[in-house]
Design a protein around this ligand. Sequence first.
Ligand code: SF4
Length: 884
Amino acid sequence: MPLRKYPSLEEWNNHIELDANSWPKKVEKIYSLVPTTCFNCESACGLLAYVDKESGEVARFEGNPHHPGSRGRNCAKGPATINQIKDTERILHPMKRVGKRGDGKWEQIPWSQALEEIASKIRDSLNTGARDKVVYHVGRPGHEGFTNRVLKAWGVDGHNSHTNICSAGARLGYALWHHHDRPSPDHANAKVILLCSSHLETGHYFNPHAQRILEGMMDGAKLIVIDPRLSNTASMADHWVPTWPGSETALFLCWAKMIVEKGLYNREFMETQVNWAQWLEIEHADGPQTFERFIELLLEEYAEYTPEFAAKECRIPVEQVIEVGEIVANSGTQLCTHVWRAAAIGNLGGWQVSRSLHFLNVLTGSVGTVGGTSPNSWSKFKPEFFDNPPDPAGWNELHFPPEYTMSHFEMSHILPHLIKDGRGSMDVYFTRVFNPVWTYPDGFSWIEMLNDTEKVGCHIAMTPTWNETAFFADYVLPMGHSSERHDINSYATSSGKWVAFRQPVLREFARREGKDVEFTHEVNPGEVWEEDEFWNELSLKIDPDGSMGIKKHFMSPYREGETINIDEYYRYIFDRVPGLPEAAEVEDTDPLGYMRKHGAFLIEEATYKKYEKEGWATPSGKQEFYSPTMIEFGYPEHAVPHYRVMSQVHPSKLQGENEFCLLPNFRLPMHIHSRSANAKWLVEIAHKNPIWIHPKDANKLGVEEGGLLKIETEIGWFVDKVWVTEAIKPGVVGCSHHIGRWRRKQDAGNRMMTNTVSIENRGNGKWRMRTVAGIEPFESDDPDTNRLFWRDGGVHQNITHAVQPDPISGHHCWLQKVKLSTPKDGEEYGDVEVDTEKSFAYYKKWNQMAKDRETHPRGERRPLWMKRPLSPQKKYWYMNQEEE
Ligand code: SF4
């Protein structure tokens, strides 16, 4: 048989290949190939599960060539799904705590008991009339609106997310321009690709973007990467621009000025799509109201952003500012830009970074063009549901406190501090694929909050693997990995619009074999379930007789008087995907059948220039260079893009002895935030997180490769080993965000990548963590667990970080001002100490910045035209609800 890339679709029900393990004998294996999507980052690339027809088990995962985003390819994390589902230490059954919360003692309970008990607690809370005390806090969402529909059916403003430690900084910058809050670069067709981040590694659209960047580069595109760290992406770039963290805005505004000065702006786009006339009318009424005058005023407005100024702020050679600026200025409509996490989530004022980056697209007219950058929502499919419950009648001030008027997402990173501040409490708190004790800054404050049963009445951790947050739960519910659950996915990974179907592959295999399955946990390992069916069944348990008005939102649209099942839920949505019914008909199936078979569907080949039909959903109906919203909400100095806020790690703020900027918000490309700990192939590649330090700084501090440094933050310190490398900018030290996992002696799971630690609460907010043992081989059904050769599991740095909520966008400013020194006697590798009283005082200081500028024009809590996830009814958007 000739070599080919993928088995043809006709063979997917009966694919025969020779078993490699039986070589040199020629033993045939027969597989059913079932498509699903990866859950190990947001991209939702296609996977193809090879189900062994004899054993009925998944043997491996490969790429799904029918997926328009990933086109048959995956990064290392995709195929490693097999490690996750075969993890010998995964949670297989619902667990309920025994003893005190956090003691680490559990009993296995049946799903029926878990549903009854949790439903009764939710019912009790809802019956009090509260609309903000049942909360769903999500880490990796991976679905389109399923849970928001459920929360609306319950009538609670109960959605919380991880976004303010992730993308929220960038989102505000984009939203100010055009309401859409994310970029979608068309890398494959670009002339210039400008990345202000190591975003390929940090997880956003890693594989789909990487393959298109390569295509663009093979076609002659220049790759520019702005990052103080030589990331893998930067190492492949034509130009690595290692800016000082937080200075990026100065650089972009300098390049903006260069474009205007050289006359390289796109007059047609600017003149027709930008609200320049509004700026002239309000701010410059005394002169001619012409486009020419606007250009003159632009040059005046941005006069200060010279190459010399940018070079000084960025601490890079002025020649580099000019050389790379020339490339950007001459990119025309084929300028692809992207910022994700990185500078936009690292710094006070990080939202300025995306705002000024998008300015370059506006000036060059590369918004929505072939080879340019489009708003992501143009490429995103939004499902139509069988039932739409009303929006919640309430406003959750623990999620959107009134002083954070422009916060684009929930203030989740200060939840423990708001609760400590007496702002509220929670009756029922779901953490879902979410591990804030470990992932978030100031994890000891999370432990304090979770241990307080007055403040958190019931904590339910929904997770496929044990994690540091689940240790402090009342119930731990085992949820499926990517091949064990249903979800719909659609992301702006390319210039087209697609929808993909994550399906539990053993359920589809059972269907192909003619077996009936009622619930997904019947076919998954142990009793592992999926959220979709869990939420439906839980909702019916909360309101079994329909008297609370919840049950009616879970009735089948196809069977009168019966409750909905999961196939009907997806059938309803897929029947309404444009073009899908027709494509299904060609293959003599229905839309659900098509999605089960192919796993994905391309809705639109390309989504360029949608503004020509849709316009811009801003108050002016234009791209808002000038933002009256910013003025109304008390920030007139930010009416137009500027570099007016200095980062908390600006060099002028690092004046103490041996003070450095700690860059903690990058990750190694083979790790998933907190779910790769027992993905053995991934852990084998990387399992420790040393401090990256430039040779000049290492010399100054007298530390050598492998030596120890004590890193002091505003609230505590940790001790880490050193990696001396020129891949980091002098004055900046780096530490990977996704390693340093731990468990205590009494905790289970993740032994391939967790140190055993002791945690000591020394009173008055003083906490200490010590490494008791590193990683050790262990016996299990998988012989590989006894072959672990690594011992060093790294250090938990995040727990020593102070929370730093940006007063405008609300995002956490990840970069930390740190002091470096040689550890004292008795301070060992892996030691961590934190004072949560200091962290609370520090939170208060940052919180005050928002309070000082709190303004509510017309009584609005936040701008009515901006997005909010799970929006309450409009009248609750006002401080005084009468003012609708
Ligand atoms: S890029 Fe993301 S979705 Fe795609 S294979 Fe890697 S982890 Fe999975």
